[in-house]
Ligand binder design. Structure first.
Ligand code: PRX
Length: 665
């Protein structure tokens, strides 16, 4: 299995020998909500003894309910779960209204900084007003409970406002990352039958203005998405935009025309909250569906536990709202807890490489949550830059999105956290709604490179193909044995694929249902989880999840390409990079011009993050006699390794000779 993961054998070996242990700082542990391992174990025992009682207690305690639920979990028809059956609540109410009666009304909810340096501080009271206004603007355009609203936004406060406004009136949002292309946007609009799109003229990204409205126009051109009746446009960059009469309206005008009285809709616990598309190993992106109450509880509880949140914390997650991390830990988790959440439009860039550290210093950020790829990039350029900033406000450091190598973990701890801040390596997925395996800052001793232990109530395990737990330090499949409130409910429009992708890979003899995450992992003698990377045909580039098949489909849609196979190659900076093997139509030359054209073509079909790092033209691809491409061989070739293992099923061994990838290609 190691061959199919992002990590090389040498890396796995070094992790196996990792035995450093860091205890939680005493002062932090003393004040923590979950203080010490005993407190953690008590919660685990409570959940294991009576899971329904445990989740029911927390749901009643942590959320406001318009109508109490009658049953905690209905799991009579697995894998279809219903949580908090019969209850009514509203996520937007839990994020805003319930904070308005006390001092939190004037507390900063969103602390936003734009890339050019403009700052907005929006209090809970102000955010509530703005959300109500936009909710009324949506209603004025005929959008109501159950309708789908797509967001294609830069990182501006209006993105969070639009999300909350949808939740308030019961519209389902579907956020499409602003870095995806018009083509990718169109697919998602059509799949979800979106009734409206919320976008901006553009956004600032790495000293450039990225046009967004233009991409929306391209996605909608020629009547491609007849369901879309309204396009709301936020003014951000001031670039000229074309407004289609009757369809397009400026956000500013839309909110000026309505009042700010908009009661939160009483949503059923299982009403659809949002769809978020993510990549799988086969076919087109999957629309992961999350529902109201279970997701709300999971985002709320995980945020509170993991970041041990205090009233005066300033929390910053560097993700984009287009990914699940932005949903759960920029918007819903922090706001549901009444915390101050930082939203940053920009990124480190040549004109300001220290932008992140500057922001921490400027706003007194106390908790910082980012991806390992960010840490590795800074590590490469040395400690002088972060050392130039005062980051003494920091008390916790988190990571998410990909395995973190022990060297990057240590650097993060020493250089950014001055050896003082616990490192919180959180393992989870779009599908899980929130974090599943993670240290708790006041309880769990940490080991560099390990996500440590599952949260209370999360029955994570590492198993073989029959669902048996594997022995200590043996590799296997990462699974979850019991349902949890934040779990995805289905795939939009494709329940069969939901069953097949997550619940049918591993079939225990006792007929129980295991959630299969798609990752490989092992557990050490302390029960700590070491996540090794994907075991399917999904690759993880800088914490972004991409399906090899999506990239292959994009390549073969180019007229010069006959066949394509895409694999991941271990990369020191990005975790994995994308390598494509391509055979061409007769008469086409695999020259540099075509190489550039193909990379651009993938960028247009999916988005710049999917552009292959290397393209290798080849006369043929290695196939079995039954015509299946042997990816194992391609992965080895891409990584510059000797092709080992069984090649007896390879149809034509001479194909191997023509495959080597030039370094840095
Ligand atoms: O392979 C795992 C990796 O990211 C995948 C989930 O990707 P996505 O749904 O885009 O969500 C990313 C943000 C939650 C997982 O299947 N992954 C995520 N966190 C970690 C990780 N791998 C190792 N360690 C982590 N902490």
């Amino acid at each position: 299995m190691a061959e199919t993961t992002a990590m090389t054998a040498a890396k796995i070996e070094s992790i196996l020998q990792e035995n450093r242990l860091f205890e939680p700082p005493l002062e932090l542990a003393a004040k923590a909500r979950i203080s010490g391992m005993e407190a953690y174990r008590a919660l685990v025992a409570e959940a294991d003894a009576d899971a329904d009682g445990f989740w029911g207690r927390l749901a009643r305690q942590e959320l406001d309910w318009f109508r109490p639920f009658e049953q905690v979990l209905d799991w009579t028809n697995p894998p279809l779960a219903r949580w908090f059956v019969g209850g009514r609540t509203n996520l937007c109410h839990n994020c805003l209204d319930r904070h308005l009666d006390g001092p939190r009304r004037n507390k900063t909810a969103i602390l936003w900084e734009g890339e050019p340096g403009d700052v907005r501080r929006i209090s809970y009271g102000e955010l509530h007003r703005e959300v109500c206004r936009f909710a009324n603007a949506l209603k004025a355009r005929g959008i109501s409970k159950g309708d789908l609203v797509a967001l294609y936004m830069p990182m501006v406060p209006e993105a969070a406002i639009a999300m909350l406004a949808c939740a308030r009136i019961g519209a389902c949002h579907s956020i499409v990352f602003g870095g995806f292309s018009a083509e990718a946007l169109r697919d998602r609009l059509v799949d979800g039958q979106a009734k409206a799109v919320v976008t901006a003229d553009g956004g600032f990204r790495k000293d450039r203005k990225v046009p967004l409205k233009r991409a929306v126009d391209a996605a909608l051109a020629g009547g491609a998405c007849p369901s879309v009746q309204s396009v709301f446009v936020v003014r951000r960059t001031g670039e000229p935009v074309t407004m289609v009469p009757g369809r397009d309206l400026l956000w500013h005008d839309a909110v000026a025309a309505v009042d700010d009285d908009c009661p939160a809709e009483a949503m059923d616990s299982e009403d659809r909250l949002f769809i978020l598309y993510t990549s799988g190993s086969t076919g087109r992106p999957k629309g992961v569906v999350h529902t109201t109450a279970g997701y709300n509880l999971w985002a709320h509880l995980t945020f509170q536990w993991i970041f041990d949140i205090r009233e005066d914390d300033v929390f910053w997650c560097t993700a984009d709202v287009g990914w699940i991390t932005g949903h759960s830990y920029i918007v819903y988790g922090p706001l549901s807890n009444g915390a101050t959440t930082v939203m940053y439009e920009g990124a480190p860039r040549p004109s300001n490489p220290g932008a992140y550290w500057e922001l921490i210093q400027k706003h007194g950020i106390t908790i910082f949550y980012t991806a390992p790829t960010v840490i590795r990039a800074f590590m490469k350029s040395g400690r002088a830059m972060p050392d130039a900033f005062d980051m003494s406000s920091l008390r916790l450091l988190g990571t998410v999105g990909e395995p973190i190598n022990p060297e990057a973990w240590m650097w993060y701890r020493e250089v950014i956290g001055a050896g003082r801040c616990p490192i919180i390596d959180t393992w989870w997925q779009t599908e899980t709604g929130g974090v599943m395996i993670t240290p708790l800052p006041g309880a769990t001793p940490t080991k560099p490179g390990s996500a440590t232990l599952p949260l209370p109530g999360i029955a994570a395990d590492v198993v073989d193909a029959e669902g048996n737990s594997v022995a200590v330090d043996e590799g296997g499949f990462l699974v979850v044995r019991r349902p949890w409130p934040g779990m995805m409910r289905t795939l939009h429009g494709d329940e069969q694929r939901f069953r097949k992708s997550y619940w049918e890979h591993i079939r225990p003899a006792d007929g129980s249902h295991l959630y299969f995450a798609g990752d490989g992992a092992r557990r050490d003698r302390d029960g700590y989880f070491w996540v090794m990377g994907r075991v399917d045909d999904v690759i993880n580039v800088s914490g972004h999840r991409l399906g090899t098949m999506e990239i292959e489909s994009a390549l073969v849609s180019h007229p010069a390409v006959a066949e394509a196979a895409v694999v991941g190659r271990p990369d020191d900076l990005k975790g994995e990079s994308i390598v494509a093997f391509v055979t061409l139509e007769a008469g086409r030359d695999g020259d540099d011009t075509l190489l550039v054209a193909l990379r651009d073509h993938v960028g247009e079909e999916i988005g710049p993050i999917a552009r292959p790092d290397a393209i290798r033209f080849s006369d043929a691809l290695p196939k079995t006699r039954s015509g299946k491409i042997m990816r194992r061989i391609l992965r080895a070739v891409a990584a510059g390794q000797e092709v080992s293992g069984d090649t007896s099923t390879l149809e034509d061994r001479s194909v191997l000779d023509g495959l080597r990838v030039p370094d840095g290609a």
